[in-house]
Design a protein around this ligand. Structure first.
Ligand code: ADP
Length: 486
């Protein structure tokens, strides 16, 4: 028995229409721990047919779920939130095993993920419509906000819990049933969430989880089935483009949270120690494997050496080790492919003249040394593409205009960060950065109360906040005529 099979929330079947099921043909695929290489579970490898059944089950319960009073839907979401919170430790363990995320970050993710459920439970009861001042005496104009219909969610491995709750909590709150396809690397957290959703009282068919290794087949069904009215995806820009084209024939609505290439600007008037603390948090979280992780540190000439020295010393102090140990700060990468990409980026940077200030090279298994590269330039691959690993590249700039131009010189536009103590500069630069989110003297910006999302090749749509429910609601305008006068 694997080390997670004994956990009470361990489930190794897919969850469709309120039942735990296998694949029609009995096929399974393995879930492997990135930190130990252990086979944690075998889960059903569902295909298009089972996905279609899940969509149809969801569609059949949609009217009943949609028509429940918002307060009732909110009560089920609150119950789910309470269960997630009560099982924080166990969910964190599952997540750490299957994703290689260090345990303290997994615990933090459960809290972060549960916060979306609570927030949208509250928002469910505030999906107000509008009354429009009428242009004529004889008419009354009203706008309703109504649930969009069955929602499909395709989620990545790097946030096995929070990327699900950030999508499905607003969908469920709005009155939409969901069909979730978690990443093949991390299905166990999704299945544990399904078990808790079931206990919380979501009716059969409202919450479905499709486990599969056939992402493109299942993805096609989720895009093309006419009963799916909305697809919400978090993952790579390449897959986002594929999904967008697949959604075109049915005009399926889309929210896309795609890749980033986050710049982190440190000006000569910055509090350098604060900038270093922010950069460590924004770079080395989940070993650099989040889409808002810093990819390019842009530092003013005048503070370059001081920043590099302090930053490198702080990176050298990061603790690697067993991901289950609360003292460990940096865990392994998710796969051989991820390690190979990091190695290629570092080799490319060194060939193009970067200096290795710290690290370089892999450790045991899938771990890579926290690495600092200085004298990075826009010609390097790392300037153009997300490294998605614990490698920090430090670039140089000479003035504000140059910093802004360098920061915006990418097709991506998810998160950016800037450090300066000049309030005018903070405003100017924050407004000029072509990004969906900007941290000003702050390295950790995600919260359920603020809109998360990107522009340009980083996607479309916003998750969380008072805007997050809109993705799952359609406006309906009612025009009442023949009112007459008393
Ligand atoms: P990452 O590099 O983070 O794995 P991906 O975009 O490959 O990013 O994966 C994110 C999610 O998209 C995962 O659930 C994955 O299984 C899914 N996915 C990958 N390819 C496709 C596809 N062609 N159609 C639908 N989903 C896909």
């Amino acid at each position: 028995m694997s080390s997670v099979a004994a956990l009470p929330l361990f489930r190794a079947q897919a969850f469709v229409q309120g039942e735990w099921i296998g694949a029609d043909d009995g096929a399974t695929f393995p879930v492997i721990s990135p930190s130990t290489g252990e086979r944690l579970a075998s889960v059903p490898d569902l295909g298009r047919r089972e996905t279609r059944r899940a969509i149809e089950a969801a569609a059949s319960v949609w009217p009943a779920w949609r028509d429940r009073p918002a307060k009732d839907r909110a009560a089920v979401l609150h119950a789910w939130c309470a269960l997630i919170t009560a099982h924080r430790e166990e969910l964190a363990q599952l997540m750490t095993h299957e994703s290689g995320k260090v345990i303290t970050e997994s615990q933090g993710e459960v809290t972060y993920g549960a916060a979306f459920v609570q927030w949208f439970a509250e928002e469910a009861t505030r999906a107000y419509g509008d009354v429009i001042p009428s242009p004529s005496r004889d008419r009354r104009l009203v706008v309703l906000r109504q649930a969009i219909g069955v929602v499909a969610a395709i989620t990545p491995w790097n946030f096995p819990l929070a990327m699900i709750t950030r999508k499905v909590a607003p969908a469920l709150a709005a009155g939409c049933p969901v069909v979730i396809k978690p990443a093949a690397e991390t299905p166990l957290t999704a299945l544990a969430l399904a078990e808790l959703a079931h206990r919380a009282g979501f009716p059969s068919g409202v919450f479905n989880v499709i486990t599969t290794s056939q992402a493109s087949e299942v993805g096609r069904e989720l895009c093309e089935h006419p009963l799916v009215r909305k697809l919400s995806f978090t993952g790579s820009t390449a897959v986002g483009r594929t999904l967008m084209s697949q959604c075109a024939p049915m005009l399926t609505r889309l929210s896309l949270e795609l890749g980033g290439n986050a710049p982190f600007l440190v000006f000569d008037d910055a509090d350098v120690d604060a900038a270093v603390r922010g950069a460590i948090a924004a770079k080395y979280r989940h070993a650099g494997q989040t889409c808002v992780c810093v990819n390019r540190l842009l530092v003013h000439d005048a503070v370059y050496d001081r920043f590099v020295d302090t930053f490198t010393a702080a990176v050298a102090g990061l603790r690697l080790g067993d991901v289950r140990d609360p003292a460990t700060q940096v865990g392994p990468l998710v796969s051989e492919r991820a390690v190979a990409k990091v190695e290629a980026h570092v080799a490319d940077a060194l060939t193009h003249g970067a200096r290795l200030a710290l690290g370089g090279g892999r450790l045991d298994g899938l771990a890579y040394r926290p690495t600092v590269l200085t004298e990075a330039t826009p010609a390097m691959r790392i300037a153009q593409e997300e490294v998605f690993g614990p490698v920090a590249a430090v670039f140089r700039f000479g003035n504000e205009a140059e910093a802004i131009a360098m920061a915006n010189d990418t097709p991506f536009g998810l998160a950016a960060y800037l450090y300066s103590r000049d309030v005018g500069r903070c405003w100017r630069v924050a407004e000029a950065l072509e990004y969906g989110m900007v941290g000003v003297n702050e390295g950790l910006i995600s919260t359920e109360v603020a809109p998360f999302g990107g522009i340009k090749a980083s996607g479309m749509g916003r998750e969380g906040s008072k805007y997050g429910l809109d993705a799952y609601l359609e406006l309906k305008y009612l025009c009442f005529g023949g009112i007459g006068s008393a």
